[in-house]
Design a protein around this ligand. Sequence first.
Ligand SMILES: *Cc1c(COP(=O)(O)O)cnc(C)c1O
Length: 813
Amino acid sequence: MFKSKEQFKEAFIDKMQTLFGQSLDESSTTDKYVALSTLLREVISKRWYQSNKQYRATKEKQVYYFSMEFLLGRLLGSNLFNLGLTELCSEGLSELGIELDQLEAVEHDAGLGNGGLGRLAACFLDSMASLQLPGHGTGIRYRHGMFEQKIVDGYQIELPDNWLRDGYVWEMRKADRAVTVKFGGHVRLEEQGGRLIAVHENYEPVLAVPYDVPVVGANCNTVNTLRLWSAETNHFDFSSFSKGDFLKAVEHKYSLEATSQILYPDDNYPEGKTLRLKQQYFFVSAGLQSIVRRYKRTHGAAPAALARIHEKVAIHINDTHPALAVPELMRILMDEEGLGWDEAWYTTRKTISYTNHTILPEALEKWPIDLVQALLPRMYMIIHEINERFCADLWKKYPNQWERIRDMAIIGDCYVRMANLAVVGSHSVNGVAAVHSEILKKEVMANFHQFYPHRFNNKTNGVTHRRWLAKANPKLATLITETIGSGWLAHPNELASLHRYAHDPAFQAGIKAVKQANKEKLAHYIQNKMNIAVDVNSIFDVQVKRIHAYKRQTLNALHILDLYNRLKADPNLDIEPRTFIFGGKSATGYYLAKRIIKFINTLAHVINNDRAIGGKIKVAFLENYSVSLAELIMPAADVSEQISTASREASGTGNMKFMMNGAVTIGTLDGANIEIRDEVGDDNIVIFGLTADEVLSYYKHGGYNALDIYHGNPRVRTVVDQLMNGFLPVSPDEFHSIHHSLMRTNDEYFVLKDFPDYAAAQETVASLYRDQSRWQAMAINNIAFSGRFASDRTVSEYAIGIWGTKPVVIRES
Ligand SMILES: *Cc1c(COP(=O)(O)O)cnc(C)c1O
C-alpha cells in the first residue's frame, strides 16, 4: 500500500513507463486509467492471495452465490474507495495534472445483467467482502453484456455491448482451472460391482475457462472472488479441417463458444431458447465442479468427506436460473464421487438455498421436457427421479389429492418447473421483501409452504451504501460525516442520528445546497447529451428502471399528459415547475414496452417545444440507463417514482438508492416501499393506490372494469383518447398497443384505476415541495432512516439465517 502521496505518484509514473514505455505527458487518458488500475490490482492481488491462503488454512465454511447476472458497473472508483485510497490517489493525480473522474469515466461498465436482480448480486458481493465473509460469486463472462440503448427519433435502438474491446484490467484468466461441461449424447446405466453407474457417451464437450475478478472488501484485507466462466474449446474439428473444410471447422468452434457470447436482455421474462438453457447448465456445472475440486483439496476426497460438504459449503441460487445446481450436485456426488442417492440428496438439500424474485406468472421459468432430455440427458434422469420420490412423499401425506400433487410436481404438462425444483432441492426459500415473502407463502407457493412450513423466510433486499451514497454522492457523504462523524460508513444504521437535524436550518441549507449542485451536474449532462435546457429550480421527478407494463411508466406518462392539458387550458395555472426524467431499457422483443418509450419521447418532443406553457414542465428520456448513469441520477433526484401495481414488484432496489440520496418517494404499497414507509413514517413518503390485497382480490374474483373509470372520469378519458385521436404528432396507430392494453384487455395493471389517486398524490408532492423547510426535513429523514436498506444488513441476515457462515479476519499481507 502507498504510505504517502509522493510514494503513490512515483509508483504511478513508474507504472506508466514499465507498462507502456512512455512518460505521463505522452500518455492518453486510457493509458492513465490502465496504469492506475494495474497499480491497484497489484495491491489487491497480495490481499487476494492472503485471503485464499487463510480460507484454506482456517477451513471455514465458504458461500458461493450463483447468479446468471452480475451488474457490476465500473470498478476503479469502488475499489479505490474500499481500499481507502480515494483521497490519496485523487490528490496525488491532481498534483500531476490529472482528474481522477476522467480516468474513471474511461472504464466500460461491466453490464453483465439486466437490472435489479443482477445489481443485487453485485451489491451482495461488495457486502460479503466488506463484512469479511468468505463469500464468492459464480457467473458467466458474457462476451457481450447488456446492449447499449440509443434513442433515435424516439425509438429504442440496440447496439451490441463490446465491453471487452480494450481488455478488462480487473479479470484474471485461469486456464489451468478449466473444466469440461458435457452437452447432448446418451446416458446408459451400467451395473458395476453391485452399483448402477451412469455412462455418458457421444456428448459434446465445452471447455469452461474461469476468469476471476477480485472483490475488494472495505476497511479490511478481505478480497473474495467473482468467478466468471467463459466457453472456449481446444477441440478444433481437425477432421473437417484436414479435409480442407476450413470454414466448417471454424463454424464448429464458434458454435461451441457461442454459449457465453451474449446476455439475454430480458428482465422478468425468460426466453425459452435452447442456448439459454445451455448457459444455465454451463455455468452451474463448471461452478460446482470447481467448488467440489477445491473442497476435496481442503477437506478430503473420500465419499464420507463429500457426504458432509454442506458443513463447509453453502450454495445460494439467485432466482431459478441456476436451479440445475440441484440435479448437478446430485450427479457429481453420485456419478463422480460414489455417494448413494439418499446420502447425496441429504447433503444437496442442506447445501443449496434459493431466492425467489418474482411472482409474475409469465416470469416463472419452465423448460420443455424434450429440450432438457436432448440437451442434458443425465440432468433429466435425475430430475425425473427427484420428482418420482417427491410425488410419492406427497401421496403419503395427501392421499388422493390429485390437484394438490399436480400443482406441486416438478414435472408437469410436459415441462420441468424450475421453481418447484428449486424449492424441493433446497433447505431455504426466501422472498426479497416482507410483502413478497407473505404472498409467496399465502398464494403462489401456498401448497409448498404447508408441506415445508420452516423452509420459507424473508430477506428484504438492500444496496451497498458505499457505492450508492459514499461514492456516488461525495458531497452528501462529506456533509453527513461533518455532522455525525464517519461511523455511518461502517455502520449505516448510525445515519439515524441525522434525524435530530431534520429541522436544523443550517443542516437543511447544507442538504439543499448539495442537492442543488447534484442537480446542476445532471442538468449539464442533459443539456450536453440531449440539448434540453432544464430548470435546476424545478422538481426533478425521476423514474428510472427497466420499462415494463407492471412498473407502470404509462401511469407516469399519462399523468404528465394530463398536467400538460391543464396547463394548456390555463397557462396561468399555478403549478410547481417540474422536470420529469425517465430512463430504462426495454427487452428487445417487448413490443408494448418499446411503444411506451416512444410515447414518453413523443411527450418530451411536444411539451419541451411548446412555448405556450412557459417551460413549467419538461420531459427528458435519458438513453442507456446503466449503473454509471444511475450514479449520476440518484444524487440529483427530488422525487422517486416507485409506482408498480401493488403485489407485482417483489422488492425494488432503485427505491432504496433514491431514499439514501434524500429523494422523497411517491409510491404504491408494494415491495420494499412498504418497509420504507415503516422506517420513515407516513409524513415522509407519499403513498397512493390499490393495496396488494386489493389487487390480488381483483385478479382472483374479478370486479374491475377499466371502462367504468374511462367513462366516469373526464381527465382519464381525455388522455386515453389522446393516445389515438391525432393529438400527438405520430401515425394514428403508433400507440394502439398502449390504448389496447388499457381499454381492450381491461387494464391488467390497474393504470386507470390508480390514476385519480396518483394525480392527487402528485399534487400533495407539489404542495410539500412548496414548503421548503418541510421538504428538506423529509429529505433528511429519508437519508436518516435508509440504514436498514444497506445490503450489509441484508447479507448479514443471509449469513446468520441461511448460510451459517462466519467472518474470517484476513491478516495484512
Ligand atoms: C438499481 C438498478 C436497477 C433496479 O431498479 P428498480 O427500480 O428496483 O427496478 C436497475 N438497473 C440499474 C442500472 C440499477 O442500478
